[in-house]
Design a protein around this ligand. Structure first.
Ligand code: ADP
Length: 461
């Protein structure tokens, strides 16, 4: 059964169950409290009249023929069934054509005490009222009993329009309630149905725009979560495609060079020791250049896809940073860059994982060297604010366009604006940011295209 069907049923079912019950209860109350009461009142009046008339005819209480004759006389005027009983309760005569199978028996003692008796029978097969009235002589002695009884069918004539009215009201209520329930159920189901269809479309790749967040609080929440999920999926897919493209690019170039060198060697260049040495050295260099690629990939596996475990300890940047920068200074100078570092003494210690932090700083400095043309400069400085200690890596390289400044921290994102600069896999900044953020720090960037970039690591004191 569909959700809509269930909603409709759950809105209408209570009405379907409750309204008939209310109807039955209403009819029961009407019959017992109104109709049967009315009947018994009218029967009591009739019985009083009959007993008054019968009072003047003592002979009917001793002779059943007389009793029958008396009944035949008065029966034309009365609709109810009249039975005459001797003071002992014995049957004398009845006007009933088909005497009822079960005749209620009167309480003789009550009648002897000159009290009338009302017996109301309310069963599925019979709803009737029976009145027993004592007939006494001048000495207040019980000389006979008049029984008047009738069932509801005889007053059904007045009951039918009433019950029809009740039925119409109940059916009207049922119809209106069902309609409202149906509308409510559809309104409830609609946003959920909308989200379900949208999710199916997303899953089938037929939809890329976000689902509108409408409906109840829950459906809004659902739509929002699906949108977040879809965005994350898209991001993952983009990352995957960038990874593949970068890998093909980064592996293709050196592999092509290696293959060319191998071919040259095979075609006899091996005979010339000088040429052979040159080719082998080139191959060695190419392979060495591929190593950072593998490092990046290994780190990607361990960090981005796994949890980084930090080995935290106090790090005194003024002591720790200068030796770390030495190899980078050599690399920068080898490329013909001006190198400057400005690390003040007595910087407060930060709590950090020195190996991981070295990796983050290394990635920033390596980028600064990589993306700055010969003649430019790289400056590494450190300092403190009220709350943080910072390390800044600043270059006068090609800079980063504003629209790319957030994206370069995404995994495998690399800008291809300037192809003069060889790029890596696009993981360096992603890893650096993960490391810094993982130690409660921030990695910020200020850059002007064509003028240079400044990356700053902020760590809480
Ligand atoms: P890659 O391995 O490609 O260097 P990164 O994640 O380290 O990957 O950097 C992502 C991209 O950000 C680079 O491809 C480059 O375009 C840009 N970038 C990073 N650092 C700098 C910088 N100092 N100057 C200019 N561009 C930079």
């Amino acid at each position: 059964m569909s959700l809509r069907g269930r909603f409709i049923l759950s809105h209408i079912l209570p009405l379907l169950l409750i309204l008939p019950l209310i109807g039955a209860a209403l009819i029961y109350l009407l019959e017992t409290q109104v109709l049967l009461q009315n009947l018994s009142t009218s029967l009591t009046q009739q019985a009083a009249i009959i007993s008054a008339v019968a009072n003047g005819r003592p002979e009917i209480w001793t002779n059943s023929d007389q009793a029958r004759a008396f009944l035949a006389q008065i029966n034309n005027q009365l609709e109810s069934d009249i039975t005459l009983l001797a003071p002992s309760g014995d049957f004398l005569a009845t006007s009933e054509t088909q005497p009822a199978a079960e005749i209620p028996t009167p309480d003789i003692n009550a009648l002897l005490a000159n009290r009338r008796q009302v017996i109301i029978t309310y069963r599925l097969d019979e709803q009737s009222a029976t009145i027993f009235v004592p007939v006494t002589n001048v000495n207040q002695q019980l000389i006979g009993i008049v029984e008047v009884s009738d069932n509801l069918e005889s007053v059904a004539g007045s009951f039918t329009p009433l019950s029809r009215f009740v039925l119409i009201v109940l059916l009207g209520g049922l119809a209106a309630g069902s309609l409202i329930g149906w509308i409510l159920a559809i309104r409830l189901e609609k946003p959920i149905g909308g989200v379900t269809t949208a999710v199916a479309d997303i899953a089938a790749g037929q939809r890329t725009d976000p689902i509108p967040e409408t409906g109840t609080k829950e459906t809004k929440e659902l739509a929002r979560s699906v949108n977040v999920l879809a965005a994350r999926l898209r991001e993952l897919e983009e990352t995957r495609q960038r990874l593949l493209a970068n890998l093909v690019h980064e592996l293709g170039r050196p592999l092509g060079a290696l293959k060319a060198a191998v071919n040259v060697l095979r075609e006899g260049a091996g005979e010339d020791p000088a040429l052979r040495e040159e080719l082998l050295e080139g191959m060695d260099n190419t392979i060495s250049h591929m190593e950072p690629l593998l490092d990046d990939l290994t780190r990607l596996h361990g960090q981005i896809l796994g949890n980084i475990a930090f080995n935290l300890q106090p790090v005194h940047l003024d002591v720790w940073l200068p030796p770390l920068l030495l190899p980078w200074r050599a690399a920068a100078q080898e490329k013909g860059l001006l190198w400057h570092s400005d690390i003040p003494q007595h910087l407060p210690a930060v709590t950090a994982d020195p190996d991981r932090l070295a990796q983050a700083v290394g990635n920033l400095v390596s980028n600064a060297i990589k993306y700055t043309a010969t003649g430019g400069s790289v400056v590494v400085s450190a300092g403190e604010t009220d709350t943080d200690v910072w390390i800044e890596v600043k270059d006068t390289g090609l800079g980063i366009a504003p629209d790319e400044q957030a994206r370069i921290f995404e995994a495998f994102y690399r800008s291809n604006r300037d192809r003069r600069f060889p790029q890596g896999l696009g993981l360096g900044l992603t890893i650096a940011k993960e490391i810094v953020v993982g130690q409660n720090g921030r990695l910020t960037l200020a850059s002007t295209p064509g003028q240079g970039s400044a990356f700053t690591i902020h760590l809480p004191k």
